[in-house]
Design a protein around this ligand. Structure first.
Ligand code: ADP
Ligand code: MG
Length: 367
């Protein structure tokens, strides 16, 4: 089922007397989610992710705008008539009910022609439980399950009515690191198997990048960029998106452009064209640094961290925004850990320029 958001906006009245005026939690969302895809809705805490999800599932009414599932305008429909499955961060299972009863719960309320017999309900529950590989645990209570298993019960419960749309609001945040990894792969597998259009909300860029067909990066209620994870990483529209994606994060420097050269401090580090002269904000991805004895960018060597396949050369520069610059270098390179300085050449495809005030990306051509 394709989802279309049309000028979707949600305002909340501000309760803060010092800054009156509305909080615009979701600001004019217009985009389409293709049928059968898994979309990662990504942004820092408070940027409006949960509000967007609540609007789509119908728990909240938009101030303006419309929501379509396929060709159907679902904006006036209450949540129970939208055919959505929702999974929350805190699982929200019924502690006194078994796994089976928790999963069949949404089916118990079906009335009239949709009413199901006990056998049908159990058959559907078992089907959903098999999807999340819980079929052996149907008689347990939630307290007898691990966090990961509880979250899988919540996913099975969201799937039992074969929803048109599956919405997951930070479903992995209550799990420990290893389970988080496992469960996100599980979610990807279930989504591929059921082909249900899914929106996965998270503030964790790595999580979103790893499982999404497409990511939507948000800030302060406004969509910044939509695209395939790799494309958004390689081609960020602004400084916010560039900084939000990637671990270790992109390294930011104060720089300037003049005479077809990009300078960081006194050093001319890259020849380029197409950017107006003047100060710029420079972003360099950790993998964009090339160790080179006579390289144009000189940094103070802080330390070298061994990471197995790669090494991370940690250094410092007076023009860098952060005290530590992190580069990722192939471990076959040998770094003199006693040296005071380290010199780099830059891979121009991993160097990004931004407007020093607006943060808008300034495209350039190398050379
Ligand atoms: P996220 O899920 O990305 O952390 P939310 O959607 O929960 O963000 O919140 C977005 C913004 O809207 C925040 O500034 C939050 O304080 C505000 N907000 C959310 N729900 C309400 C509400 N019911 N009343 C007033 N403000 C709200
Ligand atoms: Mg939230």
């Amino acid at each position: 089922m394709k989802i279309v958001l049309q000028n979707l906006t949600k305002k909340f009245p501000s309760r803060n007397k010092k800054s009156p005026g509305d909080v615009i939690a979701v600001n004019d969302f217009t985009f389409e989610i293709p049928d059968g895809q898994l979309i990662g809705l990504l942004g820092p805490s408070g940027c409006g992710k949960s509000t967007a999800l609540n609007l789509i599932c119908g728990l909240q009414k938009p101030t303006e705008g419309k929501i379509f599932f396929g060709e159907e305008d679902v904006t006036p429909l209450p949540p129970e008539h939208r055919g959505v499955g929702m999974v929350f961060q805190n699982y929200a299972l019924y502690p006194h009910l078994t796994v089976l009863k928790n999963i069949t719960f949404p089916l118990e309320n079906l009335r009239g022609a949709n009413r199901l017999s006990k056998e049908e309900m159990e058959r559907k529950a078992l089907e959903a439980a098999k999807l999340v590989q819980l079929e052996g645990l149907m008689d347990r209570k939630p307290s007898e399950l691990s966090g990961g298993q509880q979250q899988r019960v919540a996913i099975a419960r969201a799937l039992v009515k074969t929803p048109r749309v599956l919405l997951l609001d930070e479903p992995l945040s209550n799990l420990d690191a290893r389970l988080r990894l496992q469960t996100r792969e599980e979610i990807r597998r279930i989504q591929r198997q059921t082909k249900v259009t899914t929106i996965f909300v998270t503030h964790d860029q790595e999580e979103a990048m790893s499982i999404s067909d497409m990511i939507v990066v948000m800030k302060d209620g406004i969509v910044q960029q939509i695209g395939k994870p790799q494309q958004v990483y390689d081609d960020p529209v602004n400084l916010f998106v560039a900084k939000f994606l990637g671990t270790p994060p992109i390294n930011i420097f104060q720089g300037s452009v003049s005479g077809g050269k990009l300078c960081i401090g006194e050093e001319s580090v890259l020849a380029l064209q197409g950017v107006p002269e003047g100060t710029v904000t420079v972003g360099i991805r950790p993998e964009g640094f090339i160790l080179q004895q006579d390289g144009p960018l000189t940094c103070d060597l802080t330390r070298v961290e061994v990471m197995g396949r790669d090494i991370s050369v940690v250094s410092a520069h007076p023009c860098a925004e952060n005290p530590s610059i992190r580069s990722i270098i192939n471990a076959e390179n040998i770094v003199d850990t006693e040296a005071k300085t380290v010199r780099f050449a830059l891979n121009p495809r991993k160097v990004y320029l931004f407007h020093p005030q607006t943060g808008e990306r300034l495209p350039f051509t190398p050379g």
